[in-house]
Design a protein around this ligand. Sequence first.
Ligand SMILES: [Zn+2]
Ligand SMILES: [Zn+2]
Length: 243
Amino acid sequence: MALFTYDLHVHSCLSPCGDDDMTPCNIAGMAYLAGIRIVALTDHNSCKNCGAFFKACAEYGVAPIAGCELTTAEEIHMVCLFEALKQAEEFDRAIQPYRMKLPNRADIFGTQPIMAEEDQIVGEDPYFLPAATTLTIEQAAELTRGMGGIAYPAHIDREANGLLAILGAFPERPVFGLCEVRDKASARELSGGRTTLVSSDAHRLTDFGVTFNHIELDCGEDAAADEITRALFQKLRSAEAET
Ligand SMILES: [Zn+2]
Ligand SMILES: [Zn+2]
């Protein structure tokens, strides 16, 4: 068993609200400098920069997690994480029909570049990524879990797009054994005994390493990235089932 620093909610420049310098290589490099061992890339409704992020993390010895932050039909933000990059890429394809085809106004909201290795821009998502999908929170959690992922509400202590602000309380279904808070202090009061993850929801490089959060995993301190990922998912799955 060892303690690992983690941040499971980070946006790249693909999210229109993410800074242009939040490139996959810069995020991996910054995580390394800040001493964060496990980082999940969770762009709004897209996993398209995860492949480039995995390559960048391999250079720096950071354990990368593939995922996204899905906007449900209720406008709730939900973190979806996958143990394998391939699963995230399949999930990305699966959610396309549920996205709203609202053209992105890059001049207002920011650009949405898709990157390959070495931060090369290979495309742009034409539709505004954070727009609500037509998936209800129950459908979204079912879809994520059905494809092998972990799903839990993001920043439940935030007014905008937070589950508690929108629904008033945790719903009976879907069952959430996990939740995310931004401020550790509010976790006990709001989580209702659920396992709580504290992540940065970083949109800028300077948002990294401001606070450190640790998770105890069943692997050695010097474990390789794939071993750390396996241990993390084992932990998240057991927490997800615990309600
Ligand atoms: Zn959010
Ligand atoms: Zn976010």
